[in-house]
Ligand binder design. Structure first.
Ligand SMILES: [Zn+2]
Length: 256
């Protein structure tokens, strides 16, 4: 059976001089792996080369699930040429595709995840130096789409509305969000729970709810949000390895 779908390229590995293994996220079928045999042939009849971060339309011979399918045709729809030149944006795009590759399952329909990746890559496709906020917003949106959105509005223990409070609270990745100061002192404390300043709490809540990019973060606030998100992602997604691409992207974004 031949399947046709839109797909964003997450990874390309050379298999031989003329063959490649392409991992992509599809709109309808989750993560799939395609074998592109005779790579030069594809470049010729498509009148353009496919590459990482492209949104493409793929046609492939659909074998049984969980196997590598044979690519029949690939047509780039969004080339995202700036990501070839803007190396900071490319580092961020690499992290996005890496994380998506780690959390996506084959044949698992996740259109929302697809849209988040597509929109995030499209937003990076400019000459501008990307802001670290786009990394946080991507992570918050992805966590939400996967059903792991950190609870930031009310205390996870007593349910008190945190937006009306002035006091700083605690961020507990194992509990899935914020525990208010009162509940935290009553409960057994865990070394992985982190003290969260009120300003950082407000920033994270704001970023979770809006795509407004006018928000200005101080270096210190960026470091704090980065720490909470790191803690949260590693607690809720079964990552058996450290996400090196995240660290590289952050280092490059912070470099002059
Ligand atoms: Zn509470």
């Amino acid at each position: 059976m031949i399947t046709k779908t839109n797909a964003i390229i997450l990874r390309i590995v050379d298999f031989s001089n003329t063959s490649q293994i392409i991992t992509c996220l599809t709109k309808e079928y989750g993560k799939i792996t395609l074998s592109a045999k005779g790579v030069h042939r594809y470049k010729t009849f498509n009148n353009g080369q496919y590459d990482l971060f492209n949104e493409t339309e793929v046609l492939y011979y659909n074998k049984s699930q969980n196997s590598i399918h044979i690519l029949k045709e690939i047509t780039p729809l969004k080339l995202r040429a700036e990501l070839k030149k803007n190396w900071r944006a490319a580092a961020l795009a690499s992290y996005f595709t890496d994380l998506i590759s780690k959390v996506s399952l084959p044949y698992h329909h996740q259109e929302e995840v697809y849209e988040i990746l597509d929109d995030s890559l499209e937003a990076l496709n400019t000459k501008d130096k990307p802001n670290i906020k786009s990394l946080f917003m991507f992570e918050l949106a992805l966590m939400k789409a996967l059903g792991f959105a950190p609870g930031l509005d009310s205390c996870l223990s007593c349910g008190k509305d945190l937006q009306k409070q002035q006091a700083s609270n605690y961020f507990s990745a194992r509990n899935g969000g914020i525990i208010c100061k009162n509940c935290y002192t009553k409960q057994m404390q865990n070394p992985n729970d982190l003290y969260m300043r009120k300003d950082v709490e407000n920033i994270m809540r704001f970023m979770q709810k809006t795509s407004n990019s006018n928000l200005k973060l101080s270096t210190n606030q960026e470091d704090e949000v980065q720490r909470f998100m790191h803690n949260f992602i590693h607690h809720h997604i079964e990552l058996y390895e450290y996400i090196k691409s995240r660290e590289i992207a952050i280092q490059l974004l912070k470099s002059l």
